[in-house]
Design a protein around this ligand. Structure first.
Ligand SMILES: [Ca+2]
Ligand SMILES: [Ca+2]
Length: 246
């Protein structure tokens, strides 16, 4: 008899708990949408087509000294909107697809003829990136210089070394296996300006080639693997966003 009562009590407790859990939250209690976690409200599929929603996206934060362009899986997805000063953070929404090849062209402010800035001064570069999926810049990235100078830090008679970018440097298929690993730099060495501290870069490292001063144009690359990943959505773009196409 006592045992039956206990079972009845447990069942009542479970029912109450279930009712409490399924109750809609009062206004104001609604948690902020969490992107990239697969949660949130979505419209039901139309004709069996599942469309990506903002829940599927992630935020990408980038800061370059002084300028960058970002390609993901061969597509141009972000351009630093300020080429020189002030230093700024670029934050954009990305729809991630894996494996994800990230390719960044980053430039220090340097005269193509001398490698110098402000006349005969040597400036330094620096780049940092963090995506909402946890992808971050660090020494696992690849880095290569395409514009170096002034050679031997000779600002009196400045000479530079330039190399054209490979035509397919931004594509997933480009072979960067012979490139050196990126070099990490401390925050003190880079000395980022205030917009940096207003964005999430926690855990990310400042990177460049091994010469932060004289390597003025660099390409940074990283491939992010996610074995077994499949898109939740079933649609693919029909449009062609390559430059020069109508
Ligand atoms: Ca420089
Ligand atoms: Ca600079």
């Amino acid at each position: 008899m006592r045992r039956v009562a206990m079972i009845a009590l447990s069942a009542a407790t479970l029912l109450a708990l279930a009712a409490w859990q399924s109750a809609p939250p009062a206004d104001g209690d609604k948690p902020p949408p969490r992107r990239g976690q697969g949660g949130g409200k979505r419209k039901p599929p139309q004709d069996g087509v599942v469309k990506p929603s903002m829940d599927d996206t992630m935020q990408a934060n980038m800061y370059a000294d002084n300028w960058f362009t970002l390609y993901v899986n061969g597509k141009l997805v972000a351009v630093d909107s300020i080429d020189f000063l002030p230093h700024n953070v670029v934050a954009v929404d990305l729809l991630p697809e894996y494996p994800m090849t990230i390719a960044v062209l980053a430039k220090d402010n340097a005269d193509p003829k001398t490698g110098c800035e402000y006349g005969r001064q040597i400036g330094d570069g620096g780049f940092i990136l963090k995506f909402g999926d946890g992808t971050m810049t660090d020494a696992t990235w690849k880095a290569k210089c395409f514009f170096h100078g002034p050679i031997d830090r000779d600002t009196a008679n400045p000479r530079v070394r330039q190399e054209p970018l490979p035509a397919d440097w931004f594509t997933p298929g480009f072979d960067d296996s012979a490139w050196a690993a990126a070099t990490e730099y401390t925050q003190e060495r880079i000395d980022p300006k205030p917009p940096f501290f207003e964005h999430d870069f926690k855990g990310a490292k400042w990177i460049w080639t091994s010469d932060l001063d004289l390597d003025n144009t660099v390409v940074l690359r990283k491939r992010v693997e996610k074995p077994g990943w499949k898109p939740r959505w079933t649609t693919k773009p029909d449009l062609d966003t390559r430059p020069g196409l109508g």
